[in-house]
Design a protein around this ligand. Structure first.
Ligand code: SF4
Length: 341
């Protein structure tokens, strides 16, 4: 990971204008991605993580959605100000995205080879068909697709889910992007294949030195792949830091709940922990902590004031949006109290 920033998101707000009024799906968030790093954005569905990635790609469905404030600087260029023609060029050359279900992005009527070759020719207009075929072969090997020559003539439905996701990654790599956004890249796959795809993502990051933004609901995926992580809840960032900081010393009760919900094979549990309650509807909590209705440590102050992102003691990289840091010196102190009762 370099210390040079590739993507800088400042005060981003993305709003959906619905019949029920304005819905701020992403509510003034700030974060950055360094060149060559893997950053995770984690949270339950409805927390704003996917809308954040669509905002970066300029793909928020409009109407009803719109980036209503802030900037998204990619190598210093504000993507929110680019006309669609230029944004299309950024999507084709600098930033690529892969989605949860590759079948929705692959054309079932064309062979795998056809689709990869087409993507190469679209990106590099000077390439001949023969050169594009040989490049397709190389990229397929790079993403671990066996027998590329044979696979080229197969259709998407003839491949397993894991192989289809490898094809999608291959197509995303065609343009040699500086940033790859992966939105729940392994959610539709079974556990063994999921581990293989996560391994591939890490290998590609190391080999190609390409920055990645992994959007997931699963902290296990973050632990496997990412260097830093942002935890989102109801449109806000509620905790951020290096992965080891977050796992060793979580400072927001919501993050702690997510950690407890990760299955741990070392312990046999009857039932897996789940955080009680549901995420509030975006915009429904105007004042106070948005997690208060689900938080076992909520204090009077929590429903009357909105917590800012506090820096955790002894770390300039670890932050948490929780009053416990100020009131009790950290989550570990109340967790200790609860356990000793
Ligand atoms: Fe819980 Fe209060 Fe912290 Fe919110 S600010 S997470 S309600 S203790």
């Amino acid at each position: 990971m370099d210390n040079e920033i590739l993507l800088q998101v400042n005060d981003l707000e993305t709003t959906f204008f619905t019949n029920d009024g304005k819905v701020p799906a992403v509510d003034h968030i700030d974060f950055h991605v360094y060149k060559g790093e893997i950053l995770g954005i984690v949270g339950e569905s409805g927390c704003g993580k996917s809308v954040t990635s669509l905002s970066i790609m300029g793909l928020v469905p409009s109407p009803p959605g719109k980036v209503t404030s802030g900037s998204i600087l990619f190598e210093g260029m504000d993507l929110t100000k680019l006309p669609e023609s230029k944004m299309r060029r950024v999507r084709g050359n600098d930033i690529a995205m892969i989605f949860q279900e590759p079948m929705t992005s692959l054309n079932p009527l064309f062979t795998i080879g056809n689709q990869i070759v087409e993507a190469i020719l679209l990106h590099d207009k000077k390439s001949s068909k023969k050169e594009a075929k040989s490049k397709a072969n190389e990229i397929m090997k790079l993403v671990g697709l066996p027998r590329p020559n044979e696979l080229m003539n197969q259709y998407p439905h003839q491949l397993s889910g894991g192989m289809r996701q490898r094809v999608m990654i291959a197509m995303a790599l065609v343009c040699n992007p500086k940033l790859l956004i992966a939105d729940e890249p392994t959610t539709a796959l079974d556990v063994t294949i999921q581990a293989q795809i996560l391994k591939l993502i890490k290998e590609l990051n190391e080999k190609l030195h390409m920055a990645m933004l992994i959007i997931t609901h699963d902290l296990g995926v973050v632990a496997e792949t990412c260097q830093r992580v942002i935890v989102m809840y109801a449109g806000q960032i509620i905790e951020e830091g290096f992965v080891n900081e977050i796992f060793k010393n979580p400072q927001h009760p919501y993050t702690l709940g997510l950690i407890k919900s990760v299955p741990d094979m070392r312990y046999k549990k009857e039932t897996l922990y789940s955080i009680p309650g549901n995420v509030p509807k975006p915009g429904s909590v105007e004042i106070g902590c948005r997690f208060a209705s689900r938080c076992q440590y909520a204090m009077e102050r929590c429903t009357k004031e909105t917590p800012p992102l506090y820096e955790v003691a002894n770390s300039s990289t670890h932050k948490s949006r929780c009053f416990l840091l100020q009131e009790k010196g950290g989550l570990e102190n109340v967790e200790h109290l609860v356990e000793s009762q």
